[in-house]
Design a protein around this ligand. Structure first.
Ligand SMILES: NC(=O)c1ccc[n+]([C@@H]2O[C@H](COP(=O)([O-])OP(=O)(O)OC[C@H]3O[C@@H](n4cnc5c(N)ncnc54)[C@H](OP(=O)(O)O)[C@@H]3O)[C@@H](O)[C@H]2O)c1
Length: 287
């Protein structure tokens, strides 16, 4: 009886990274309407984040703000403590924050790789490492990736491609491969093995990471926790540019669909999903 009363007062909570603009902002907006619980709009820049919250409040929505720079371990730890103290757990995590060097750029490839990998792969991985222990039964995690990961994968050397799509790859192996990409670029020896795209390889990393995470959670026996990687499509945002075919709202649709998958969902589960459809990534085990 006492346990049931305790359960009754739990407030569910969703966290969206990079929520001040673009797809993250649209995801927050939709979750405020669809998710039963608090929605935390997080942003690395406090004034941009608070302005985004204020603009949603003007439409009657009530997101909460929390400052989060995903490249800053102290910032990550502070949100983990807040989630633990205020909510006792986490129900939805949308790893949306990301960067891309778009169009013609004078930034040397090595610098592009370091900066892009830092945010798109390592920081998202660190967020997961800090927040996964907080995931409650029925939690949903969406890691925002890109179909550019698939085209980058097709341009990797065959042996690498085999590893990224192997049902046996571990997080430790993935981390080593991502380090190797950075080292190969630094030493100028990457071109035989890796495609020349910092963004594409960083998104190979986050896609493969998502599929591994589901396997690990299942092995640990976590109750109905579902992780998917989501490509939102090419969307009109600061990153996607204005000639993209889809609006940010359309791009947010699949992310929100995955973030609100009903209890006991068996599919999509540990998949790469775009426009609400599964795109094969992992090679099936030979029978
Ligand atoms: N738009 C597309 O066509 C498209 C296609 C495929 C995948 N995606 C992916 O979708 C996600 C969102 O992209 P978008 O188009 O909405 O891009 P965007 O408009 O450029 O927004 C990116 C968001 O990420 C935040 N961010 C960057 N670094 C961060 C950090 N260290 N800590 C916290 N937040 C950080 C940005 O904050 P600031 O405002 O402070 O910079 C911003 O809020 C990205 O992961 C992107 O790779 C986009």
């Amino acid at each position: 009886m006492r346990l049931r009363m305790a359960e009754a007062v739990v407030t569910r909570v969703a966290v969206v990274t990079g929520g001040n603009k673009g797809l993250g902002f649209e995801v927050v907006k939709s979750l405020c309407r669809l998710f039963k619980g608090d929605v935390l709009l997080t942003a690395r820049n406090e004034s941009l984040g608070r302005a985004a919250v204020a603009s949603l409040e003007q439409t009657g929505l009530k997101p909460k703000f929390f400052q989060l720079d995903i490249t800053d371990q102290t910032s990550i730890a502070s949100l983990a403590t807040h989630l633990s103290n205020t909510y006792g757990g986490l129900d939805v995590l949308v790893n949306n924050a990301g960067i891309m060097f778009g169009g013609p750029t004078r930034v040397p490839f090595e610098e592009q790789v370091k900066a892009t990998m830092k945010v798109n792969f390592w920081a998202n991985l660190n967020v997961c490492k800090a927040f996964f222990p907080l995931l409650r039964p029925h939690a949903r995690v969406v890691n925002v990736t890109s179909m550019l990961a698939s085209s980058a994968l097709n341009r990797c050397a065959q042996a690498l491609k085999e590893r990224f799509t192997s049902p046996d790859i571990t997080l430790t192996e993935l981390e080593s491969l991502m380090e190797k990409f950075e080292n190969d670029v630094s030493s100028g020896t990457y071109s035989q093995t890796w495609p020349e795209t910092a963004y594409g390889v960083s998104k190979i990393g986050i896609t493969t990471m998502s599929l591994i995470q589901q396997r690990v959670l299942d092995r640990e026996g976590k109750t109905d926790v579902v992780v998917n990687a989501c490509c939102p499509g090419w969307c009109r945002t600061d990153m996607g540019g204005q000639s993209a075919p889809d609006s940010a709202e359309e791009g947010a649709d699949t992310i929100v669909y995955l973030a609100t998958l009903p209890p006991e969902t068996m599919s999509p589960r540990g998949e790469l999903v775009t426009h609400r459809k599964i795109k094969p990534w992992t090679k099936k085990r030979a029978l």
